[in-house]
Design a protein around this ligand. Structure first.
Ligand code: 8YV
Length: 323
């Protein structure tokens, strides 16, 4: 029997590419160039499985291509807002993601951004590189204390809970959260976390706000001009979720006019294109979507995709099925 034809849309950790090559008739992307809509359509017509990432935009239009061969899109990532799930269901396409394995590293990076933003770390680093640091001074580049402050988490799933653990047990922070789902009581108790009835209430109260909701239509521009104005002038906004959760023009205005003290961003609307006005600001820390970018986690993500695809080709239901 012929091996299933599998496309890996981007360059993956070598060990995973090796395993895949042994099991399937695999097409790798050694150049690592993101695929265009046209290339994704051709892929849907030519491969049994597509192993995709956040940079592959499977819109309803792309998925509607005639003569589809693909049966499964196995996404390398926990977020799958790059895939129109309704359309995928309509065409009986199975979609899987990689939850759990990237929780800890993404939570670590969230804390790093929070600390960097609060303590103006990137600004200080830039200053030194520009040779503009003229020595210690009692009032130079003062930031905000983190320990003991209140952290508001919008979305209280796995990653947010891991952030809350670090913040509460490590930094003595009080945890507020807002989420339409009710979390397990033992977690709420462990973290002494308080649910806010509304996002507005959380934004008004918190010293630091971190976003952990999924991307997509339902959360697009959840943080807008009105909501940014509710935040404390000393507050920092951290986004390691998805860029379009924040109205970036409104955020730029908030940072320029100092409605808030700073922001730490790992994700962007329309990434990797970053608004010029954002680049010009000192009170924002910018990272290039590094949430899960550790050797250990990317290997674990690859293995998780492998498990999902292997289960599918063995006629089983993949464990991380989201459509
Ligand atoms: C991934 C992420 O690396 O898993 C996610 O949702 O945001 C990242 O950590 C990226 O999405 C790759 O698909």
């Amino acid at each position: 029997m012929n091996k299933p034809k599998v496309l890996v849309t981007r360059k993956w950790p070598a060990a995973i590419e090796e395993k895949l090559s042994k099991l399937y008739d695999v097409k790798l992307n050694k150049q690592d160039t993101p695929l265009s809509a046209l290339e994704l359509k051709a892929a849907l017509q030519n491969y049994d499985a597509i192993l995709a990432t956040v940079t592959d935009r499977f819109t309803a239009e792309v998925l509607s291509v005639a003569d589809r061969r693909t049966k499964i899109i196995a996404n390398f990532g926990v977020g799958y807002d790059n895939i129109d799930i309704q359309a995928a269901k309509q065409y009986n396409l199975i979609v899987t993601n990689t939850p759990e394995v990237l929780t800890e590293c993404t939570a670590d990076l969230t804390m790093m951004l929070l600390l960097m933003s609060a303590r103006r770390a990137a600004e200080g680093e830039r200053l030194i590189r520009r040779r503009q640091w003229h020595g210690w001074s009692p009032t130079h580049q003062l930031g905000q204390k983190v320990s003991g402050k209140t952290l508001g988490l919008i979305g209280f799933g796995r990653i947010a809970q891991a952030v809350a653990r670090r913040a509460h047990h490590g930094f003595g922070m009080q945890i507020l959260f807002s989420d339409p789902f009710v979390p397990a009581q033992d977690i709420v108790e462990e973290l002494q976390a308080q649910r806010c009835d509304t996002i507005d209430e959380l934004l008004t109260e918190a010293h630091f706000v971190s976003l952990h909701c999924p991307g997509g239509k339902a959360t697009r521009h959840l943080i807008n001009e009105r909501r940014l104005k509710l935040m404390r002038p000393t507050a920092h906004l951290i986004n390691t979720a998805r860029g379009d959760v924040v109205d970036s023009r409104a955020l730029i205005k908030a940072l320029q006019q100092q409605w808030i003290a700073g922001a730490g961003l790992d994700v962007y609307e329309g990434e990797p294109n970053i608004d010029q006005d954002l680049l010009a600001l000192e009170n924002v820390t910018l990272l290039p979507h590094l949430g899960s970018a550790t050797e250990e986690t990317r290997l674990a993500m690859g293995n998780r995709v492998l498990d999902n695809v292997t289960a599918f080709f063995a006629g089983q239901n993949p464990v991380d099925r989201v459509a």
